[in-house]
Design a protein around this ligand. Structure first.
Ligand SMILES: [Cu+2]
Length: 174
């Protein structure tokens, strides 16, 4: 009984040490990005399919397309912030606060997303990263979900939603 309790105490202490050292190794710097949209569930789900949008009371699908045609983007669909600096080795958590699935994908250069219908309206060409569909799983999140980047090396990193390519954040790590 006594030795069992000591074993538990030693195990807890070991776990704390591990947790503290991994925090130190992570380099500390950590930033949050919000992935936002204003989709209106009923009209988006009726047009694209059930489960496309899990919120009510935003822009109808027709209004969304109208903004893409007239402005080249739907401004409520955005990453916040669009620019940030972080120390080299730092990482980012991107939280999906919207009603649709979004990706927070590092791209070599900003460009079009992977949805032909949206690219056609916007006159954009898909980024080469679209040839790797696995990125939707590894860098995407549904409503309420989260995407974690790995440690970011010194330099400029560009993150874009592969569905809504005007959702962009530029990160300066250094
Ligand atoms: Cu998106």
């Amino acid at each position: 009984m006594f030795s069992g309790r000591r074993a538990v105490a030693a195990f807890v202490a070991f776990g704390l040490t591990l947790a503290m050292s991994s925090t130190a190794l992570a380099g500390g710097d950590h930033r949050n990005v919000q992935m936002l949209d204003a989709c209106d569930g009923p009209s988006f789900n009726a047009t694209i399919g059930p489960g496309t949008c899990e919120r009510d009371g935003g822009l109808s699908f027709g209004q969304f397309i109208g903004q893409l045609v007239s402005m080249g983007q739907a401004p409520a669909w955005r990453f916040s912030p669009t620019q940030l600096t972080i120390s080299a080795g730092g990482s980012i958590s991107a939280f999906n606060r919207g009603g649709e699935f979004h990706t927070f994908t590092e791209v070599a250069n900003f460009g079009g997303g992977c949805v032909p219908q949206l690219n056609a309206i916007l006159g954009l060409t898909p980024v080469p990263e679209c040839s790797n569909p696995a990125l939707f799983g590894t860098t995407g999140a549904g409503p309420g979900g989260e995407v974690e980047t790995g440690p970011l090396a010194s330099g400029v990193h560009r993150f874009e939603c592969l569905i809504h390519p005007w959702m962009r954040t530029t990160v300066n790590a250094g």
